[in-house]
Design a protein around this ligand. Sequence first.
Ligand SMILES: C[S@@+](CC[C@H](N)C(=O)[O-])C[C@H]1O[C@@H](n2cnc3c(N)ncnc32)[C@H](O)[C@@H]1O
Length: 402
Amino acid sequence: MEQLNNNVIGEFFEKLGILEENDRDEFFKKIDEKHKVNLTQDLDLAVALRKDKGNGKIYTVKNKDLETTMDFAGYYYDLYRQFFAWFIDFKNSYDKNLDGKKILDLGCDNGITTCFIANLYPNSEIIGVDKCKKGIKCAEEIAQKLGVKNVKFEAVDAKKVDKFFKEEKFDLVLSNRSMLEITNLPKLKSFWSIDEVENSIVVANSVLKFFKSVEKVMTHDAKLITFERLDGLEEILNFIKSMHASGLYADIDSMCKIQFNELNDVEQMPLIVFDKAERDEIGFYDAIEIYNKLPILNKQKDIEDEFAIELQFKALGEKELVYGTQIDYKTGVGSERREVWKVGDKYVTYKYSNVGRRELVIEGIEKDKAINEIRAMSNFIGRIGHKVTEYHSIEEREKLVK
Ligand SMILES: C[S@@+](CC[C@H](N)C(=O)[O-])C[C@H]1O[C@@H](n2cnc3c(N)ncnc32)[C@H](O)[C@@H]1O
């Protein structure tokens, strides 16, 4: 089966003429030489390609013409490959036959994903929408090049998708890295611990409005497949909670994490399937448990899970705070704490920040040496201008302004 999937994907890539890129320097050198993109733009592109902060310009640049869009497509080669492989398995195991049904690809960009899906369902009508007109033009050219007849592309603001498709409903909606570009999840206020997270999650009205407009264009038993660059578990939970509030519920059994190569990096993104079958609300502790148990497709390496580290720290049981420092970075990147704790007759160090980082060392810690190291490092950071405060108990720590 896997071989068969690989063949389907391989043939598609070959016909498309997409090349696998796995070296960042080589990739941008090639783009520079061929497309005469200047370095600053280049760096902007590199950042924006990873997470476009609503800056639509990047898509106008990369979708300048068919050749440029295809050269950039190599950046996503493995991401496409892994997503397509997952999708073929989904198609084979889904008890509803979607061939002949209607499918919507939200934020379709140059339509590569749209065309792949269209090939799998030759009797369906697949519509790709994107607000970038140049992207839509590339998508039409790619469909023509591939000879895919059952796709249509529309330059539409996805936030108004329900206004555009007033009469049409879709049996499947896809979003491959587009929902978080179409709408911005509110950034959670900083937090020191899991317990603080749950109260910090707010469902934003703008997000709700967009998700509801997607819900409206879905048939009663449609699925929404999202493969999004969600940063951290708190963002995943925010995404799921906002969907729930819009009447779309996460089907936990279909969730997974997919690892893929992005030039030199190994990245991981959650794939979440939503539908209209009502389900219970998920709290943060449930989310951690669910997330940690999710299957990881194409796992190549362990990606550090900050919350698992915090849970490990909590699970140490009764403990006493011996020494700590809090560093408030003047650059506004958050604050961090470095602490020594006594657990039974042993000592551990726990370093954590209010913007996500967690580090726990439970073996080989000598109390005085650990305190001295933390003090020396904190003093150094203090000397370069950041605010450093020492404490020796939880009560002293509580008095610190967050
Ligand atoms: C990372 S790309 C999506 C890639 C594509 N789904 C794929 O599978 O290759 C994000 C896309 O979202 C589009 N986008 C951002 N805001 C949008 C909006 N309000 N309406 C429609 N498309 C939007 C961008 O133009 C861009 O093409």
